[in-house]
Design a protein around this ligand. Structure first.
Ligand code: GLN
Length: 484
């Protein structure tokens, strides 16, 4: 059964315009969305927490400010859903893990503050794979999220709740985090736009870290224009995040109507069918159709080899777990959340971590600790870092001849719940097309481009060089116009 209804009450741009002009109140907009959530959330389970009361008071405040003649924000009255690994002061933030039980952050993530400063209304915290480790949202300690297009299928992951919330019409926009594909893959499976900005383009202050050299926050929306708007609101320097780029938000809305005449578009050979195995025929057909649409609009389309991308997956599964094993050391039963009893401190730490973390998180911590251990560090972690450098170099040479690259976002459409849970390696393969841009730090996004043989959504990935967001959005907008 499908309960999909993206932009059920209008997209973010349209809602903000109506609220700013006084044609609709933020209160009415929020009530519409809360009613839709009440009707279908039981089927979808996009949220760990619906913030109905907070949302209603925030909407009332927006309406009062507008009535008082204040300039409405760029997102006035727009309901937004926030992935539950981003801190919200005084509101439980769980990472879909039992280990954070009862914890309420004492501060709010910069991205959430920036949305709210523009009049957006957080309506809830969305479900994810525990600590963002997974590709189906089935690793959540609180149960899986379902794909709104087919409730027997996964929404992708790890930001499955954020993607599903937008696809189901619970909010016109949401935030996710992408360490290896966790925005782009669920965006593809849920038929929405999902953007991973350049590493450092968006502040991660208040994002609970998974792989610090890879993590990036980005938006889910129903249109490319909305994604550009959200990006422009959340991007830009932040004194609270030392890894944030000093660059102000790039003007990604400026070229959405510019077309692609003369732009050079390269289809990544390794992801076009023959080299990386397991990409399904219908996904490849949509990739070709997207390339044809861009060519028809005047782009110069060719294939380009980015050879080392085939090693992205094994390199990622050294680097990401290594960083996770270090980042997750802070969850020790002492300072946050769950504490299980033990006869001394070490026993208490072990009991708390044993009870608090799920199997995938434990697997990553062990893998990462092993990869960093004396005698193995150079062979595993060191080698992975060399591959990472090579991938960045290969992308950089491709961008000498191409403005953007094109590939699938996910190797298949949404798969059945339970289908891949027994075999972690099969699950990891979902990110084969998305991981290379996390390793290189380059921006990439998934744009819906038709459906597969099963009638479920397929996204095409547009990749761009470092801080190449403007041209990336320009090409994405053309794909959107070309439709499917
Ligand atoms: N699926 C990948 C993983 O499990 C990527 C997750 C992510 O981007 N957060 O690590």
């Amino acid at each position: 059964m499908s309960v999909a209804k993206p932009a059920a009450f209008g997209d973010a741009t349209a809602i903000a315009a109506l609220v700013a002009s006084g044609d609709r109140t933020a209160a009415a907009v929020v009530d519409d969305h809360l009613a839709r959530i009440a009707e279908h959330e039981g089927d979808v389970h996009a949220f760990n927490l619906v913030m109905a009361d907070d949302a209603r008071s925030a909407a009332a405040a927006v309406d009062e400010a507008i009535a008082a003649g204040e300039t409405p924000g760029r997102l006035a009255g727009v309901p937004v859903a926030i992935k539950d690994n981003m801190c919200t002061r005084g509101v439980p933030t769980t990472c879909s893990s039992k280990i954070l039980e009862g914890w309420e952050p004492p501060y709010t993530a910069t991205v959430v503050d920036r949305l709210v400063a523009e009049g957006a209304i957080p309506v809830g915290k969305t479900n994810l794979d525990e600590f963002a480790m997974g590709s189906s949202t089935e690793n959540s300690a609180f149960g899986a999220t379902k794909n709104p297009y087919d409730l027997d299928k996964v929404p992708g992951g790890s930001s499955g709740g954020s993607a599903a919330a937008v696809a189901a019409g619970f909010a016109p926009a949401s935030l996710g985090s992408d360490t290896g594909g966790s925005i782009r893959q669920p965006a593809s499976l849920c038929g929405v736009v999902g953007v991973k900005p350049t590493y450092g383009a968006v502040s991660r202050y208040g994002l609970i870290a998974f792989g610090s050299s890879l993590d990036q926050i980005g938006p889910f929306t129903t249109t490319v224009g909305d994604a550009a708007l959200l990006y422009e609101v959340i991007a830009g320097d932040d004194p609270l995040d030392s890894t944030a780029s000093p660059q102000p938000a790039l003007p990604v809305s400026s070229k959405l109507d510019a077309g692609v005449d003369g732009l050079r578009v390269g289809i990544i050979t390794e992801m076009a069918g023959d080299v990386i195995e397991g990409i399904s025929g219908d996904v490849l057909a949509r990739l070709r159709a997207a390339a044809d649409a861009l060519a028809a609009a005047g782009a110069v389309v060719d294939e380009v080899s980015v050879p080392s991308t085939v090693y992205g997956l094994p390199a990622y599964y050294m680097v990401a777990p290594a960083e996770a094993s270090s980042n997750l050391a802070r969850f020790d039963g002492v300072r946050y959340g769950l504490r299980a009893d033990g006869t001394n401190t070490a026993a208490m730490n072990m009991a708390s971590r044993t009870a608090g973390f799920g199997p995938e998180v434990k697997r990553r911590i062990m893998l990462g600790t092993y990869a960093l251990s004396a005698g193995y560090r150079d062979a595993f972690y060191g080698k992975a870092q060399q591959i990472r450098t090579k991938i960045t170099e290969d992308f950089d040479s491709a961008y000498e001849n191409f403005d953007v690259l094109l590939s699938p976002a996910s190797p298949s459409t949404a798969f059945a719940l339970g289908d891949k849970t027994a075999d972690p390696l099969t699950m990891y393969l979902n990110d084969v097309c998305t991981i290379p841009s996390n390793l290189s730090g380059h921006p990439a996004m998934s744009v819906p481009f038709g459906v597969g043989d099963d009638g479920l959504p397929i996204g095409v990935q547009v990749l761009a060089p470092m801080l190449g967001e403007v041209v990336m959005f320009q090409v994405a907008a053309e794909l959107e116009r070309a439709g499917a």
